[in-house]
Design a protein around this ligand. Structure first.
Ligand SMILES: [Zn+2]
Length: 225
C-alpha cells in the first residue's frame, strides 16, 4: 500500500497525513524530511542541499528525485509509503511514475483533499500559535478557550506570512501545479477526490473507506502490525 495525499496549504493535510500513517503503519515520505536527513547524515548530496536549505531556496526537481529514489530502493519500506507534500508538480509525478514502474512498486491511490479558496484563506488567517506551549489554534475553526489552553491569550501569535494575499497566492500556485498531476492520476484510475470541508473524523472515514476498498490492504495491515 503506497499512498499519495494531495491538498492545498491550509487544507488540514498534515493532520490527515499523520493519522493515515499512524493507523496504517505507513512510512511518511516528505521531501523536506528526506532533504534534512541527507544534511544530517552528511551524504555527498548534502553539499548541494545544505546551502539551498540554509538560504530557504527551492531545491531542484533532480535533487528531490534522487532522495526519493533512495527511499524507493529500500525494500523494507517501499510497499508502505505515504507521500506527503510530494510530488509537487507534474515533472516530479512523472519521474515518480517511471521510478516505481521500473522497480515494480505500485502507487495504490492518490487522494486529493478538496477545499475551496474562502475556507483556505479563513483557515490560514485564523491560525494562532502559542509562543509558550506551541499549540496551534484557529479563531474560526478551533478557538482557544479556558479548557483547551491555559497559557492565556497574550501568548497567542499569528505567523507574519499568514495574511490574505499570501494565503490566496499560495492557493493559486497550488492549483496551477496540481491540476496537471490530478489529470495524470485520473488517467491511471487511481485518483480519489476527498471532501476536505467536513470534520476531521469524517474526512478520515472517507479516506478509510477508499483504502478498505483497495486490493491487498488487509494483507498489508496484517503484515506490518
Ligand atoms: Zn500556550
Amino acid at each position: 500500500m503506497n499512498i499519495i495525499l494531495l491538498g492545498p496549504p491550509g487544507a488540514g493535510k498534515g493532520t490527515q497525513s499523520d493519522y493515515i500513517a499512524k493507523n496504517l503503519n505507513l512510512y511518511k515520505v516528505s521531501s523536506g524530511y528526506l532533504l534534512r536527513q541527507e544534511v544530517k547524515n552528511n551524504t555527498p548530496l548534502s553539499k548541494k542541499i545544505k546551502p539551498l536549505l540554509d538560504k530557504g531556496l527551492l531545491v531542484s526537481d533532480s535533487i528531490i528525485d534522487s532522495v526519493v529514489e533512495k527511499i524507493l530502493f529500500d525494500n523494507t519500506i517501499n510497499n508502505r509509503l505515504k507521500f506527503d507534500g510530494y510530488p509537487r508538480n507534474i515533472n516530479q509525478a512523472k519521474k515518480l511514475d517511471s521510478l516505481t514502474k521500473n522497480l515494480g512498486i505500485k502507487i495504490s491511490c492518490v487522494l486529493s483533499l478538496e477545499v475551496n479558496k474562502e475556507t483556505i484563506v479563513k483557515r490560514i488567517l485564523g491560525r494562532q500559535i502559542c509562543s509558550k506551549c506551541d499549540l496551534i489554534f484557529n479563531e474560526y475553526f478551533n478557538p482557544p478557550n479556558k479548557k483547551n489552553h491555559t497559557c492565556g491569550d497574550k501568548f497567542l501569535q499569528k505567523r507574519s506570512d499568514d495574511n490574505a494575499d499570501t494565503a490566496s497566492d499560495r492557493f493559486e500556485i497550488y492549483l496551477n501545479k496540481t491540476f496537471p498531476m490530478i489529470d495524470f492520476y485520473k488517467k491511471q484510475n487511481i485518483h480519489h477526490q476527498i471532501n476536505g470541508m467536513v470534520k476531521i473524523d469524517e474526512i478520515f472515514k472517507e479516506i478509510g473507506d477508499i483504502i478498505a476498498s483497495l486490493e491487498g490492504w488487509l494483507y498489508n495491515l496484517y503484515l506490518y502490525k
